[in-house]
Design a protein around this ligand. Structure first.
Ligand SMILES: [Zn+2]
Length: 149
């Protein structure tokens, strides 16, 4: 099976989030057979829900699609380094591989801050691939915040 990056779809979700006035972050969950199970963008404002990060929405939708509480063997693509909350959800859902775009020194919880997967209390740590389409993901965020100032 050839490797297909689903980061372009995650970037589409990030752009759609920006168009809704949400912080532009997008996420995609892919099944072990390569099928896209769910994709989502940030919706914290639209849902009045501080936990409505793209990753959590995509994880919830993928679990619902499969009718199970875990995403064993699945991959998650997200345009920005997940925060600690989302990293904990990634561990709990047993996602096998995490591909993310831009680093997030301010709020990231994978390579920065809490470094959730580095702790023995993380019952599962995915393989992590960072820097995937990082420039495009970071540019969306920079443009979004520049426009709000
Ligand atoms: Zn998050």
């Amino acid at each position: 099976m050839t490797f297909t990056s689903h980061m372009p779809l995650a970037l589409d979700e990030a752009r759609a989030a920006a168009a809704r006035g949400e912080v532009p972050v997008g996420a995609v969950v892919v099944a072990p057979d390569g099928r896209v199970l769910a994709h989502a963008g940030n919706e914290t404002r639209g849902r009045n829900d501080p936990t409505a990060h793209a990753e959590l929405l995509a994880i919830r939708a993928a679990c619902a699609a499969l009718g199970q509480e875990r995403l064993t063997g699945c991959a998650l693509y997200v345009t920005l380094e997940p925060c600690a909350m989302c990293a904990a959800a990634i561990a709990a859902s047993r996602i096998a591989r995490l591909y993310y775009g831009a680093a997030d020194p301010k709020s990231g919880g994978v390579a920065h801050g809490a470094r959730v997967f580095a702790h023995p209390q993380a019952h599962h740590a995915p393989e992590v691939y960072d820097g995937i389409a990082a420039e495009a993901a970071a540019a969306l965020l920079t443009e979004f915040f520049a426009a709000r100032r």
